[in-house]
Design a protein around this ligand. Structure first.
Ligand SMILES: [Zn+2]
Length: 343
C-alpha cells in the first residue's frame, strides 16, 4: 500500500502531492511555501526533509517520516548542520549578504544526511538585488540541495524566481479545525476552553487560520498586546458607530500606535472588523474575520447605515495607503477623523 506523508493538519492534498514527489524521486529542488504566519510552512519544510532522511523511510509499518528515529529527531530539533535556516531578524528585508552566504556554502556536501535543506524565512522580503543574486544558484543547485522559500505571498517574487520554483499554498484552517487541534495537543488550550472559552475563541480568531499563531498566543505575554489591540478596535468602533461625534472617539483614535508599521497593522485589522460589519448587513451568516460572536457584529452593524460603514472603510483604506507613502502619522490620523466625520 502506498505510504502517505504525515498530514500537516488541514493540508492533505498538499501532503499527498509531496508524498508522490518523494516516492517517484521527483522532488523539486526549490519550493515556494506560501501561507499566513503560523500556518505550518516551516513544519511542512521540516516534514519533507525528515521524510527524505528518515531511517524508517522504506518500512511499511512506520509513518513517513516516522518522527522517532535519530534522523527525524535531529531534523525537528534542528540539531543538524544540514538544515540551514536563513533569516535576518534585525532587518526588514532579506538582502544580498544573506543570499551570498547561501551561494558560498551551497556546494559543501551534507554532513549527516544524503541531502541538505535551506529554509529561507520571510523570503518574500528579499530585495530585487538579492533575488537576482540568487537566480543562478536557485536554477542549478548541487543535486543534494533543496530550497524552501517561506513567504506570505509569492506575488512579491520576481517572475524569474517564481518560475524556478514550485509554489505550494498552505490551506487556511477553519476556527473549528484550529480549536480541535490545539485543545487536543496543548493543555493550556484545553484548560482555557473550560475556564474562559470566550478568550480562547478570541485567540483562535486572532490567529487568522494559523495553528502556530494560535499556539503562540496561548502564551500570556505574547497574547496581551494583541488582546489590547483588539479591545481598542472594538471600543473605537462602538464609539464611532453608536454615538454622535465626541472628543472621546477621536481620543481613542489617537491611542493607535504612533509607529508607522504597527499603525498599519492596527488599521488593517480595523478594516477587517468593518468588513465584518458590512458582511452581516449583506448576508445571512457570513464568515467573520474579526468578531467571534456574530450577534455582537449584527447589533453594532444595525446601529448604522451601510453607506456610513463604507465611508469609514474608505477613510481607513486611504489612511493605510498614505501611511505606506510616509505621510506624517499624526496628521494622517486627524485627516482620517475628518474623512470619517468623527470631528
Ligand atoms: Zn524517522
Amino acid at each position: 500500500m502506498r505510504k502517505a506523508m504525515t498530514e500537516i493538519v488541514g493540508n492533505r492534498t498538499l501532503c499527498e502531492r509531496l508524498t508522490q514527489d518523494i516516492e517517484q524521486d521527483s522532488l523539486s529542488h526549490a519550493y515556494i511555501i506560501e501561507g499566513a504566519n503560523g500556518s505550518g510552512r516551516k513544519t511542512l519544510a521540516l516534514t519533507v526533509a525528515a521524510a527524505l532522511a528518515c531511517e524508517n523511510r522504506h518500512s511499511a509499518t512506520h509513518t513517513l517520516p516516522c518522527m522517532k528515529c535519530n534522523s527525524c529527531r535531529r531534523i525537528f530539533e534542528r540539531k543538524t548542520p544540514d538544515i540551514i535556516f536563513v533569516k535576518d531578524e534585525s532587518k526588514a528585508t532579506v538582502g544580498v549578504d544573506a543570499i551570498r552566504s547561501i551561494c558560498e556554502t551551497v556546494r559543501i556536501v551534507p554532513n549527516d544526511f544524503d541531502d541538505k535543506f535551506y529554509i529561507i524565512e520571510n523570503a518574500d522580503k528579499m530585495t530585487p538585488e538579492a533575488q537576482n543574486a540568487f537566480l543562478l544558484t536557485l536554477e542549478e543547485p548541487p543535486p543534494f540541495v533543496h530550497f524552501f522559500l517561506i513567504c506570505n505571498s509569492a506575488d512579491h517574487f520576481l517572475e524569474t524566481v517564481r518560475s524556478r520554483a514550485i509554489t505550494l499554498r498552505m490551506q487556511r484552517l477553519t476556527d473549528a479545525q484550529i480549536k480541535d487541534f490545539i485543545c487536543a495537543n496543548d493543555t493550556r488550550a484545553s484548560q482555557m476552553n473550560l475556564s474562559s472559552p470566550g478568550e480562547l475563541a478570541e485567540i483562535i480568531k486572532a490567529s487568522h487560520g494559523g495553528i502556530g499563531q494560535a499556539i503562540a498566543f496561548l502564551d500570556r505575554d505574547t497574547w496581551q498586546p494583541i488582546r489590547e489591540r483588539r479591545e481598542l478596535i472594538r471600543s473605537f468602533l462602538q464609539k464611532a458607530i453608536s454615538s454622535a461625534p465626541t472628543p472621546e472617539t477621536v481620543s481613542l483614535l489617537l491611542k493607535f500606535s504612533s509607529k508607522r508599521d504597527m499603525l498599519c497593522e492596527e488599521l488593517s485589522l480595523l478594516a477587517v472588523a468593518i468588513r465584518d460589519l458590512i458582511a452581516v448587513k449583506n448576508a445571512d451568516s457570513p464568515h467573520l474575520e474579526f468578531y467571534c460572536d456574530a450577534n455582537e457584529a449584527i447589533e453594532l452593524s444595525d446601529k448604522t447605515s451601510l453607506s456610513y460603514l463604507y465611508k469609514l472603510y474608505e477613510s481607513i483604506d486611504t489612511a493605510i495607503c498614505e501611511s505606506e507613502k510616509n505621510a506624517n502619522v499624526r496628521l494622517m490620523m486627524i485627516k482620517l477623523a475628518i474623512n470619517a466625520s468623527l470631528l
